[in-house]
Design a protein around this ligand. Sequence first.
Ligand SMILES: Nc1ncnc2c1ncn2[C@@H]1O[C@H](COP(=O)(O)OP(=O)(O)OP(=O)(O)O)[C@@H](O)[C@H]1O
Ligand SMILES: [Mg+2]
Length: 265
Amino acid sequence: MSKIEEALKKAAQARQLQRIDSTLTDPESVKIIPPSKKPLEKSLLLRNRLVTLTAPQSIEAEQYKKLRTQILQRTKPNFQNTLMVTSAIAGEGKTLTAFNLAITIAQGVHETVLLVDCDFRRPCIHKLLDIECKYGLSDYLTKNIDLAKLLVKTEINKLTILPAGQMPPNPSELLASEKMKNLVKEIKNRYQDRYIIFDSAPLLPTTDPSILARQVDGVILVVQAGRTPRTDVVSALKLLEGINVLGVVLNSLDVISPNYYYYYY
Ligand SMILES: Nc1ncnc2c1ncn2[C@@H]1O[C@H](COP(=O)(O)OP(=O)(O)OP(=O)(O)O)[C@@H](O)[C@H]1O
Ligand SMILES: [Mg+2]
């Protein structure tokens, strides 16, 4: 046998061995890998709850339409189009409320919406849209970047977002800056039919929303039903003294009640 033939034979034997090794011969060797215990990513959980998009005819979506009606009635006559959504503590549903409200307003006949992510500490808006946003509001405030380049048009008709951008070391100072104040004034007056909704950090652990509250026309306070202590809601409202609080959204409320009888029709 020539050296070449010998090498080819060895290679064929090696291939055969490999095939045997990769087949299942011993049932004991089969390891069942349990399903991952990793919790669902928060952004995915949130995205599923954009009911105004995913289930526009649902009872839940109807609540956002009611909210829209209340907000438009209270703000339109006085051209109060810059609104901040906040809450006393973290995780009460600010982002979800701000986003669903923004979608519902944009679904109206005339209004367009700019949704601004002002939660520099836990930015979430762009994640809900499943988009990468390297730059945003913080970059506008700290660098010389044209605002138009930072605005992201969404697939949702008439809804544009301004992502939070890179996490700054000094979020409250940025929100208190002259550049921020000028930006709010500028975007307020640019279009007559546009609402600007600011998603923010919680009031009690951070000072950011108290600063922003003084720059916008109105504030919506989200309270999670059955979770947020009354004392925290009172403290949050104290921080908003002198501010135009448009109302409180009681979130995560179980809505099985006789009033919902109509929906079955
Ligand atoms: N009405 C609701 N029904 C069911 N789940 C909800 C509701 N509102 C909020 N959640 C859930 O609660 C969690 C927190 O919601 P969200 O991120 O909107 O709160 P947040 O106040 O913006 O939180 P953070 O303070 O971290 O910014 C999410 O997982 C969201 O899906
Ligand atoms: Mg949030």
